[in-house]
Ligand binder design. Structure first.
Ligand code: DX5
Ligand code: ZN
Length: 217
């Protein structure tokens, strides 16, 4: 089975968003990664519901929504209604993680938890069986185009071991600085989905890059 490629629209041209979404529609990308930032949890502000709704209107791809916001529980239903298929929250952004995961699932969306680079995989031990996705951040969240933090590959192996030991069906996604140079090692370590912003949108032929990322092993 080939890895799921989830291009991040954070690196798209927002003035030509429909064009870029059409490009993704015609590509081998299975997911579209949507980065929501609030300027509080991370030092950057991206976009929210109207942009997700606009993307949803133009695509049937699986919308993978990554919330980099504090108190995300306030907005699960709105994100689901705006078009999210999967809602990923940060471990570091919630107090009651078990409850928050159940609240995501109650909307009908799939549920993911993201871990910052300094957060160990072991914090997920008590909730791993509830999760559809574990997101290993391979940069400190906030911006596209940052350098991959190499230890993320070890964390993917640890997450894989935790998932196997618990019988969870969660898949592992990696986000930040992912490209053709490290996709193979991440897939070999157990990644089932790769987010790619700059690596896709800053290349002359984005759909060809998506195709190549999908062949990584
Ligand atoms: C970073 C975001 C990423 C970002 C990845 O905070 O969560 O999804 O768009 O961009 P690249 O692939 O350029 O590192
Ligand atoms: Zn992201």
């Amino acid at each position: 089975m080939s890895v799921i490629v989830a291009p991040s629209v954070l690196s798209a041209d927002f003035a030509n968003l429909q064009r870029d979404v059409e490009m993704l529609n015609n590509s081998e990308a299975e997911w579209i990664h949507i980065d929501v930032m609030d300027g509080v949890f991370v030092p950057n502000i991206s976009f929210g519901f109207p942009v997700l709704q606009a993307i949803r209107k133009h695509t049937n791809k699986f919308c993978d929504v990554h919330l980099m916001i504090v108190q995300p529980e306030r907005y699960f239903k709105q994100f689901k209604d705006a078009g999210a298929d999967l809602i990923t929250i940060h471990y570091e952004a919630v107090v009651h993680l078990d409850s928050a995961i159940h609240q995501i699932k109650a909307t009908g969306a799939k549920a993911g938890v993201a871990l910052n680079p300094a957060t160990p995989v072991s914090v997920l031990k008590e909730v791993i069986h509830l999760l559809d996705l574990v997101l290993i951040m391979s940069v400190n969240p906030g911006f596209g185009g940052q350098k991959f933090i190499a230890n993320a590959t070890n964390k993917v192996r640890e997450a894989k071991a935790l998932i196997e030991a618990s019988g969870s069906s969660a898949i592992i996604e990696v986000d930040g600085g992912v490209g053709l140079g490290n996709a193979g090692e991440l897939v070999a370590a157990g990644a089932g989905a790769l987010v790619a912003g700059n690596a896709v949108f800053a290349t002359p032929n984005p759909s060809e890059t998506i195709k190549q990322l999908r062949q990584a092993k």
